[in-house]
Design a protein around this ligand. Structure first.
Ligand SMILES: [Zn+2]
Ligand SMILES: [Zn+2]
Length: 386
């Protein structure tokens, strides 16, 4: 079968101390300090076979994520840009939907059958470590990640643990066109990342709240829809890309601005009549620019949540947090807490319509071209269809 494989050279930067964990597992904790000279290739490999507790899925649609672009793009020393957990070579791709075509042996296969249409969590949490047993799968100590440390879904087939699968029946009931349903199914994962941040990690907001969203990439676009569905009075979005500003409007943002043309904090104070934002989301991955703006507009008891990734320090004026009784929340991942089934239900009910954010489609044969297009950051979501 065909698969899109990323290879890179393990060559830690001279000032990076490789930990015992990294030596033992071959997994880099800080990818951008270790992996050099990335290379993407379409390869022919043997079709994988599901073991006990696993299923074989025929991939129908797989989205390109910002992380995939950061594997492919390099800095001036030819290191990848992605800062997190990684082990290469690996087939990339982690936002996908497909059909179960074979079940591995074992009792875990109960509840699923050949022909089921599913999407899959990207985080392969172990279920045995202390964070997992305490109910924090997104903080698993033995984490593997599909498309990051083990083979992902930019391939004709993928084998995954069945405990990560979620049925997409509600989505197929909503969209009469099957091709659209598969594509929408593949966007479940990034929407779940937004859901985990807003509702699970930061505890959400009261209906009637004012919300400001910085960054309208796929996670920000999911966040806009989730916040509207949860009863936000006004959702104000900031986004540098024109295409994404249009999409933000289309999925329900009340006001959308190019942050290079205005001063976001002034806009937020103006549109909230001086009250400020009850909830602000950093989904741009540019906290050095966004946090100082968010800080100036926190409503009393306001919340700031961070989901965009950026490996850097950010200056913060804590006095403002004290006087406003404000809070800052960090978030990563999408597993647990009923997140996947809730998002699938919301997509089935039409509260979220990700068919609007899909802007390009490519076959697996043209996936390199798709990645190249993704680096221009002019798309909402690009989908690969094996
Ligand atoms: Zn992703
Ligand atoms: Zn674990």
């Amino acid at each position: 079968m065909k698969t899109l494989v990323l290879s890179a050279k393990w060559e830690p930067r001279p000032d990076y101390r490789v930990s015992e964990f990294e030596k033992r597992t071959g997994k880099a904790i800080e990818g951008f300090n270790v992996w050099r000279y990335p290379r993407l290739e379409l390869k022919g490999v043997e079709q994988p076979e599901p073991g006990p507790g696993e299923v074989l899925i025929r991939v129908k649609a797989c989205g390109i994520c910002g992380s995939d672009i950061h594997f492919y793009e390099t800095d001036k020393d030819d290191y990848i840009l992605y800062p997190g957990l990684t082990k290469f070579p690996a087939t990339i791709g982690h936002e996908f939907a497909g059909e179960i075509v074979e079940l591995g042996r074992g009792p875990e296969a109960k509840g699923f059958k050949v022909g089921d249409r599913v999407t899959v969590e990207e985080m392969v949490w172990c279920g045995y470590c202390r964070p997992c047993r305490d109910g924090f799968p997104n903080q698993c100590e033995n984490l593997e990640e599909l498309g990051f440390t083990v083979d992902g879904a930019m391939a004709e087939y993928i084998v995954v643990p069945i405990k990560l699968c979620w049925k997409l029946d509600a989505v197929f009931e909503r969209y009469s066109d099957e091709a659209t349903a598969w594509e929408v199914g593949a966007t479940t994962e990034p929407t779940c990342v937004a859901y985990n941040t807003i509702f699970e990690c930061a505890g959400g907001f009261q209906p009637g709240a004012y919300v400001a969203i910085y960054g309208a990439g796929p996670i920000g676009l999911g966040a806009i829809q989730l916040c509207k569905a949860a009863g936000a009075t006004k959702v104000i979005a900031f986004e540098v890309s024109e295409v994404r500003r249009k999409l933000a409007k289309e999925v329900g943002a009340d006001a959308v601005y190019d942050p290079c043309k205005i001063i976001p904090s002034e806009v937020v104070m103006d549109l909230t009549h001086g009250a400020g934002a009850d909830f602000s989301l950093e989904s741009a991955g540019a906290p050095e620019k966004t946090i100082p703006e968010m800080e100036k507009t926190m409503a009393i008891a306001g919340k700031l949540a961070v989901v965009g990734r950026a490996a850097q320090r950010v200056p913060m004026y804590l006095e403002r947090f004290q006087t406003r009784k404000a809070k800052l929340y960090g978030a990563q991942g999408h597993s647990g807490y009923g997140i996947f089934p809730s998002v699938i239900r919301m997509m089935g009910a039409g509260l979220i319509d990700n068919s609007k954010i899909i802007t390009s489609r490519f076959s697996l044969d043209r996936s390199l071209e798709a990645l190249e297009k993704a680096t221009k950051r002019e798309d909402g979501k690009i989908i690969i269809k094996p």
